[in-house]
Design a protein around this ligand. Structure first.
Ligand code: AMP
Ligand code: GLY
Length: 404
């Protein structure tokens, strides 16, 4: 099969890396991809719109396309491919509203009976301001639309809430009850009716150690079977994933592709914080790394997934300035001899070699027979890589150590 991956980050590099190991795979295209993605052939679409991706798939006779980021999904790339009889993994634009609008997602969870934080919806930040403390403080304030993981603010009191609300993008605002517990990323591959779960992962969204500082797209993740017990996995499938698929089908928008539930494991059991309609990034990196079975066989034929027992850890190396505007163009050294698998995210080819080209630059990924050694192996590799202004968290996976 000829396969195309849409996107250019660490998640897409990890998928390209895994798919190209499949015995079913004859060729991988990446649109537009990044410099780390050999042996994939990179193709720069003229624009990032569904028509441009379709044209590439038609011209190269691509058998199966996999979509990495949410934007093309929300723009209807799956609808267009399906209308033209081309196979593609992902939800339709309507189903992608689960991620595209937080208000849609929360009202949907209510209809589906999916456990989630209590919430109120307001048409503007000014209106939300009056009721920021409706569920007490700290309060969670969220912008409705896509905000690249940066549209959520946790405010400690009325004054903080008023300040924070001014910084949110214009449009509808959610005020939510603040849940406590451990966060888990739970992703399932869905065919509209049923779901095959991936192993649980944990992301690290804040920029600094101990979950301090502003939110980012994700500073690192690990994939460890001990994150959730079998009983908790069953609960998540029975109370969150399956009811979501059933309700989507009832509403005439069956969900196909990757359904990602951001969970809070509360004292009352798992609750959904949010949905994404794609693999997480960086979660996809330790997931692809730990997956033993043929990923393409799962995507193309619904084959069950199998996993290596060893936990995997991915540490994101970020550029100076990230999560604000990152500095770019700095030479990167040490990747080849670092001893780990390094997924590229924000890199580009400079005149004299690889340079930084985005906020999250690399995802350094390794494993070990237990979580402590997986963490140690990953950080040993991190220390061999260098670029000016590089920063990273030193505590990726630390929350999981108490389970070992
Ligand atoms: P989201 O974009 O909805 O995933 O939110 C980003 C982050 O904000 C989450 O990963 C949580 O750490 C936090 N968060 C979101 N909603 C809540 C909530 N209701 N209670 C506590 N933390 C939350
Ligand atoms: N790592 C969180 C996300 O992909 O949304």
């Amino acid at each position: 099969m000829k396969v195309m991956v849409i996107g250019s980050g660490g998640r897409e590099h990890a998928m390209v890396w895994k798919l190209s190991q499949s015995s079913l795979c004859s060729k991988v295209y990446a649109a537009p991809g990044n410099p780390g993605m050999a042996p994939a052939e990179r193709i720069q679409p003229p624009r990032s719109d569904p028509e441009s991706f379709l044209r590439i798939a038609q011209e190269r006779e691509v058998d199966l396309t996999v979509v990495g980021p949410e934007a093309p999904l929300v723009d209807g790339v799956v609808d267009l491919f399906q209308a033209r009889g081309r196979r593609i993994v992902g939800p339709t634009a309507r189903a992608a509203q689960l991620e595209g609008s937080k208000v849609f997602a929360k009202r949907f969870m209510e209809r589906a009976g999916v456990p989630t934080a209590r919430f109120l919806v307001f048409d503007s930040a000014e209106e939300a301001c009056q009721s920021a403390g409706a569920f007490g403080f700290p309060a969670v304030l969220k912008a409705d639309g896509l905000a690249a993981g940066k549209g959520v603010i946790i405010a400690g009191d009325d004054r903080e809430a008023a300040e924070a609300l001014q910084r949110l993008p214009k449009g509808r605002v959610l005020v939510e009850e603040c849940l406590t517990g451990e966060e888990v990323s739970f992703i399932a591959f869905c065919d509209g009716d049923t779901a095959i779960p991936f192993e649980p992962t944990q992301d690290h969204k804040r920029v600094f150690d101990d979950d301090r500082g502003p939110n980012t797209g994700g500073m690192g993740a690990y994939c460890d079977p001990r994150i959730l017990s079998d009983e908790d996995r069953r609960r998540v499938m029975d109370r969150i994933i399956q009811p979501t698929l059933d309700q989507m089908r009832r509403e005439g928008a069956p969900f196909t592709g990757f359904l990602y539930a951001g969970l809070m494991m509360t004292a009352d059991g798992p609750k959904a914080l949010e949905f994404n309609v794609r693999l997480g990034d960086p979660e996809a990196q330790p997931l692809m790394y730990r997956m033993k079975s043929d990923f393409l066989a799962t995507l193309a034929e619904g084959a069950p997934m199998e996993w290596r027992p060893d936990p995997a850890v991915c540490v994101v190396l970020a550029a100076a300035g990230y999560p604000g505007t990152p500095r770019t163009g700095d030479p990167i050294t040490g990747i080849d001899a670092c001893g780990a698998t390094v997924f590229h995210a924000g890199t580009r080819a400079g005149a004299n070699g690889l340079v930084t080209g985005g906020g999250r630059v690399l995802g350094v990924t390794a494993s070990g027979p237990d979580l402590p050694s997986a963490i140690a192996n990953t950080y040993a590799a991190v220390e061999k890589i260098h670029f000016e202004g590089m920063h990273y968290r030193r505590d990726i996976g630390r929350k999981g150590l108490r389970r070992w």
